[in-house]
Design a protein around this ligand. Structure first.
Ligand SMILES: Nc1nc(O)c(N)c(N[C@@H]2O[C@H](COP(=O)(O)O)[C@@H](O)[C@H]2O)n1
Length: 363
């Protein structure tokens, strides 16, 4: 693979590779905590290290219009009195080089003692990209290393790609990233037995709510609204404080959803969008600034989503239980299966990490 033009090879890097790995993990975790709060911006994390490779500060971008991860990390380092010790910046996304809602991070880094910048992935947003070129430009060039040039850290590059996959989809294709979440019992039914609202185990419910928290929008159908009156709240874990209103797309061609449901959802913090055709939903969401949406709907809508190929990840939660919940074996586990193409932000949700790759460890 060719080295990127703005990059010195790892051989020239001064930061210890073990420290870089540790710091990338910290930066990725910091960013993951704000998935679902940053749209239309991507989740981004940053760690600042001293000359020995010790982490001095980690920070994440928290919400569009507030400081980017790099600017936040630098101001924390100043507030903590450690700015003069900062030598290396680890950033999950290329520092921006534009004045958008906030000033360019490339300039903030150049105005700091940072000597070396490690970048997870280049910014796919052409208007904001260029931070690596700016940082490596004379005079006073900084060393930049991008993970695509470091094969031994390819797992971290993959994680940084997963982190911005929905953002990259919106920026490059003008469509939101769509994840389907479907729960099935042992008989392949989506409908819980009479008197129950779910047949999923607690770990599966937590995953579902983690997904709600991490996404910018929910897509549902009139049938689901009429049958279940869903609130789509985040339970089982704490939601983001002060997040922008989440979008709720109602696929309701025949106008069956009552106005009082829409009013209730708007009162509880959703912005309700209606869409005549399912095909138009991903572009409609992107136009409203949503990067990542999840579909929580019944079999009819899901069949259409599958037929039209409108999904990026398809998460199936399979319970071992059949219709008779009482016969369920205590050791019986839910199995989580994910079909996806390439990068998937789902891989980063903590509860999903273990189970997608190792169903035995969870539940
Ligand atoms: N490097 C980097 N760190 C962050 O924390 C970010 N949020 C971004 N975002 C990039 O900059 C664009 C948004 O800029 P404003 O928030 O409007 O100033 C966004 O589209 C990304 O390209 N980058």
């Amino acid at each position: 693979m060719d080295a990127s033009p703005h990059t010195s090879m790892i051989i020239n890097a001064t930061t210890d590779p073990g420290a870089v790995r540790h710091a990338f993990r910290a930066a990725i975790d910091a960013a993951v905590a704000f998935m679902g709060a940053t749209a239309p911006n991507p989740p981004v994390g940053c760690a600042l290290l001293d000359a020995e490779g010790q982490i001095l500060v980690t920070a994440a971008h928290q919400r569009a219009g507030t400081p980017h991860a790099e600017a936040r990390a630098l101001s924390l380092a100043r507030a903590d009195g450690v700015i003069d010790r900062v030598r290396t910046a680890i950033v999950t996304l290329e520092p921006c080089n534009h004045t958008g809602r906030t000033p360019p991070c490339s300039e903030a880094l150049r105005d700091s003692p940072v000597r070396e910048v490690w970048v997870g992935v280049p910014d796919p947003h052409a208007a904001a990209a260029g931070g690596m070129a700016r940082l490596t430009a004379a005079p006073d060039a900084r060393r930049c290393i991008v993970l695509r040039d470091v094969p031994e850290l390819s797992d971290l590059r993959q994680a940084c790609e997963d982190l911005i996959a929905p953002f990259a989809r919106r920026i490059t294709d003008g469509r939101a990233w769509i994840t389907v979440k479907q729960a099935l019992d042992a008989d392949g039914s989506m409908i819980p037995p009479t008197g129950r609202t779910t047949f999923s185990r607690p770990a599966s419910l937590t995953l579902a709510h983690r997904l709600r928290r991490a996404t910018d929008a929910i897509i549902t159908g009139a049938g689901t609204v009429l049958a279940d009156h869903p609130r789509f709240t985040v339970r089982h874990l704490r939601d983001h404080d002060g997040r922008a209103p989440r979008l709720l797309v109602l696929c309701d061609r025949r106008g069956r959803v009552p106005a009082h449901y829409v009013a209730e959802m708007e009162t509880s913090g959703f912005r309700v969008l209606r869409c005549e055709t399912l095909e138009a939903v991903p572009a409609h969401l992107a136009a409203h600034g949503a990067n990542w949406a999840m579909i929580e709907a019944g079999p009819g809508l899901l069949r259409e989503v599958a037929r039209l190929g409108l999904w990026d990840d398809w998460l199936t939660i399979r319970t071992g239980a059949g219709r008779d919940m009482e016969e369920r074996d205590a050791k019986d586990r839910d199995r989580w299966e994910v079909r996806h193409r390439g990068a998937t932000p789902l891989r980063l949700l903590p509860e999903s990490r273990g189970l997608i790759f190792d169903n035995e460890r969870m539940n």
